[in-house]
Design a protein around this ligand. Structure first.
Ligand SMILES: *Cc1c(COP(=O)(O)O)cnc(C)c1O
Ligand code: SF4
Length: 531
């Protein structure tokens, strides 16, 4: 024993309850013994020697767990292996002395290890399924690269076209004819797409098209970007956007006193089939006049309560760099504006837009006042090495990148798919921020809607099972964002609240703060005679 251990063992001579119980169990049950195999005997003797000689907790734990198993199966007691109670007590104390937190051998073996084992079982199903049920674009990169070369040659795109945002937009897939050349779809499906695209626009960047997995029915990328028959067949009347009641100035939507949005364009690189702003997107691309931006900025200037401005659309990254730079500088010049947010899905639909010129502009403005980039990623499949790199750069050059996912049937409405999405998002330098329940306002996408209870199960199931930092808030949009989380406060019992652990339903008693103490003025500083 080292001198440190010697010194500690002088201080520590008491065994705790868990260890005493463990020792008692080891000694008991010695009546109906069976023969130990010589191999097992050698193994235990060997562990005993290691436990005695090595300064590690591992051999001690393994020795005790083998002895415990032998005792529980009524095969042998420690004495049968030539290990005395004094030996066991000495080793138990040694464990406690080596461990930094003085955890006892009984505490670790009988309490902590089984509890950790139980916790592991909660994620086993997910770990087994995640890469097959919800593969990321990083995991599918080989297939995507094959898709890219096929699409590039079919559309006669050069490398330069492919790697530039302009090239991606110029070659965007916006007709059934082009789509049919790139993706193998049955004739009746193509006919139905043709019918729908008379009323709704379709535009996939060639890059986003390359994320579609060949031969997969209901591929999540396809579902998000190719309008299907349901969009016109769904019965129902569209409810006009609430924004109509909430636009106090040109281009502006305002629900809240201190935050508002400017819709700077109606354009996106790709048009989502579940788009909340379907009406706003319309049939045609629009750039707006400087006067329109001017009036929006005037409204912000005159309203000193506004501190957080969301630049959205459409997609904020559709704006040309010069216009974006000007707009950010105008906002930075307004004293009461403290934060800017940019809403964009372009890092997943056309990541080549995130080039050094754009990054310089963002960093310059973010250095004046923080910029948050708010994106929308709905499946792990949308994250490729290319989009991940765009997010890495954005998160380096701005304050944070946040994700707002939409809960969509068939796309991310299971635990496995949503957990995988949130973990992949976090691993890609992005913080999961919101999960929106798919809107009730548009009959065009009622086929994507997921019942609230299903959404709650999915979101609540993340607590305790994936990093807290990867868990988004579950939100309904109904004239503002309304939280939908389930309450884990079950009831009050005396001075306690009874809470429920979302991961296993176990109850936890949580004493509330004493209201009388809370009402008292009683910091020590109050007693310094200062009046
Ligand atoms: C989403 C949204 C906001 C921002 O909401 P946060 O909860 O602050 O992210 C503000 N105004 C409008 C009109 C919005 O749609
Ligand atoms: S990126 Fe946003 S605004 Fe554009 S189509 Fe998709 S959901 Fe609508």
């Amino acid at each position: 024993m080292t001198s440190v251990n010697k010194q500690m063992s002088d201080e520590l001579t008491e065994l705790d309850t868990y260890t005493k119980e463990l020792l008692a169990e080891l000694e008991a049950g010695s009546d109906s013994r069976t023969e130990q195999s010589p191999a097992e005997e050698r193994k235990v003797r060997d562990l005993f020697t290691r436990a005695e000689n090595e300064n590690l907790t591992g051999p001690i734990i393994e020795l005790f767990s083998r002895l415990l198993e032998a005792a529980r199966q009524k095969k042998a007691t420690p004495a049968d292996f030539g290990i005395s109670s004094v030996d066991l007590q000495r080793l138990a104390l040694k464990h406690q002395q080596i461990d930094e937190h003085m955890v006892s051998v009984g505490g670790r073996l009988v309490r902590a290890l089984p509890i950790a084992g139980q916790a592991n079982s909660r994620v086993e199903e997910y770990l087994a399924a995640k890469d097959s049920v919800a593969p990321s674009g990083i995991e599918r990169w080989d297939q995507i690269q094959e898709n890219i070369s096929r699409i590039k040659s079919e559309l006669k795109m050069t490398d330069e076209d492919w790697n530039s945002f302009q090239g991606q937009i110029r070659h965007a897939v916006d007709s059934v004819g082009t789509l049919a050349k790139l993706i193998d779809l049955p004739k009746d499906v193509l006919e139905s797409i043709g019918r729908v695209t008379e009323s709704y626009r379709m535009r996939l960047t060639p890059y986003y098209t390359s994320l579609i997995m060949p031969g997969v029915i209901n591929d999540p990328i396809m579902l998000q970007s190719i309008p299907t028959g349901e969009m016109i067949d769904n019965a129902g009347v569209e409810i006009p956007p609430v924004a109509a009641d909430h636009s106090p100035a040109r281009l502006i939507d305002q629900f809240y006193p201190r935050v508002l949005t400017i819709k700077v364009t109606n354009m996106c690189a790709m048009y989502c089939t579940h788009c909340l702003r379907l009406a706003h997107i319309g049939r045609k691309d629009h750039m707006y006049s400087k006067e329109a931006y001017g009036e929006a900025l005037d409204y912000i200037r005159k309203n000193e309560r506004i501190r957080d401005v969301l630049i959205t659309g459409g997609d904020a990254f559709v704006l040309p760099n010069s216009l974006l730079q000007w707009l950010l500088a105008e906002l930075d010049a307004i004293d009461h504006v403290k934060i800017k947010r940019l809403g964009t899905r372009i890092p997943v639909t056309a990541p080549m837009r995130v080039d050094s010129e754009l990054l310089d502009i963002l960093e310059e403005s973010s250095d004046r006042k923080p910029i948050r980039v708010v994106t929308q990623i709905n499946t792990a499949q949308e994250i490729t090495p290319v989009s991940r790199d765009a997010f890495r750069q954005l998160s380096k050059r701005t304050f944070t990148v946040l994700n707002q996912a939409v809960l969509l049937k068939g796309i991310n409405d299971t635990r496995e798919k949503m957990w995988k999405l949130c973990e992949t998002v976090q691993e890609s330098y992005v913080r999961p921020y919101y999960i929106f329940n798919c809107s009730y306002r548009n009959p065009q996408f009622s086929h994507f809607r997921v019942p609230l209870e299903v959404g709650r199960d999915i979101v609540e199931s993340m607590y305790g099972n994936i990093s807290g930092d990867a868990i988004p808030r579950y939100i309904a949009t109904a004239g503002g964002k309304i939280p939908l989380h389930r309450s884990n406060v079950m009831k009050r019992e005396g001075d306690d609240y009874v809470l429920k652990k979302p991961w296993n339903g176990e109850e936890a008693h949580y004493p509330d703060a004493d209201p009388d103490v809370y009402a008292r003025e009683m910091f020590a500083f109050n007693n310094r005679g200062v009046k």
